[in-house]
Design a protein around this ligand. Structure first.
Ligand code: PMP
Length: 300
């Protein structure tokens, strides 16, 4: 499939408060965000014209920036409105939305107190990659890179810099023919995928690692909420890699991945099963409900 480069597309991007033609949404090569990874972003999805859990994403964007020591110069209401506006301006109802905030080019040194904070929001159509084949499941390799200690990196922030180990891990997994990588943390405990949280089903219970050094995903919390509504038992605990092989079902959960069954992790294989299917279908229905119905049915 031919790649359409992300800097050469039709459409509009919301950039520092103004809607600009897609190809004009440029920044200088001496931007602090590029050199020192002083950037934070979000990944959101709109379904049937509504951005799912928009305020939770906006709150996390603002919180991610605060963790990196900067303030986005827009309120949560303004950011929500801008996200909706850019989806509408591009004539989309079902789309992926990417807000990103970063430090500008006024100062290029480790210290960056004087830099201007920018915010851009782009959106494009990005259907679920697996479509009708979703229940088939994806194959994960084990990553060599580890999720760092929270005193080593700002792990609660959706910070651009943290994706360095994600890309390295994903590339290594892809080179071995896998779809994605499962990452352990610095202690050797199971952590997450490179862009989604991981769940393991043991004897009808849903187990997931404690998110103390990686994102406590919005989809993760939504799926837990759905599961509890179904009276399923959800357990957050330390999961060691030795336990992976005993799982009855495994799945990933994230905004882009949605609920994605896993059929292999390293040498272990799994059959995507009924619990994963129930949660996948329920999530699929939930995301198309009105924002009020979403909050009523799946508070996080
Ligand atoms: N972990 C990582 C590393 C991610 O990039 C994402 C996607 N934002 C997630 C987990 C899942 O988060 P969410 O469900 O909020 O999209």
């Amino acid at each position: 499939m031919a790649l359409v480069p992300f800097d050469d597309r039709d459409g509009l991007i919301w950039y520092d408060g103004v809607m600009v033609p897609w190809r004009d949404a440029q920044l200088h090569v001496l931007s602090h965000g590029l050199h020192y990874a002083s950037g934070v972003f979000e990944g959101e999805r709109a379904y049937s014209g509504n951005i799912f859990k928009l305020r939770a994403h906006t709150d996390r964007l603002i919180a991610s920036a605060a963790i990196l020591g900067f303030t986005i110069p827009y309120t949560a209401d303004e950011i929500d409105a801008a996200c909706r506006q850019v989806v509408e301006a591009n004539g989309l109802t079902d789309a992926y939305i990417r807000p990103i905030a970063w430090r500008g080019s006024e100062q290029l040194s480790v210290s960056a107190q004087q830099t201007k904070i920018h915010l851009a929001i782009a959106t494009w159509a990005w259907p679920n990659l697996f479509g009708d084949n979703r229940m088939k499941g994806v194959r994960l390799g084990m990553a060599n890179w580890k999720r760092p200690h929270p005193e080593t990196a700002p792990t609660a922030s959706k910070a651009a810099g943290l994706y360095m180990i994600g890309t390295l891990s994903k590339h290594a997994a892809e080179a071995e023919g896998f779809d994605d990588a499962l990452m352990l943390d610095w202690r050797g405990q199971v952590a997450e995928g490179t862009g989604a949280n991981a769940f393991f089903v043991y004897g009808g219970e849903i187990h997931t690692p404690v998110p103390d050094c990686f994102l406590n995903g919005i989809t993760r919390r939504t799926v837990m909420s759905i599961a509890r509504r179904h009276q399923m038992k959800v357990v957050e605990r330390v999961i060691m890699p030795e336990e992976i092989g005993r799982a009855d079902e495994v799945f990933l959960a994230g905004t882009a991945a949605e609920v994605t069954p896993v059929r292999q992790i390293g040498v272990h294989t799994f059959n995507p099963g009924p619990i994963t299917e129930t949660l996948l279908r329920d999530y699929e229905q939930l995301v198309r409900m009105s924002p009020a119905a979403v909050e009523e049915r799946a508070p996080i």
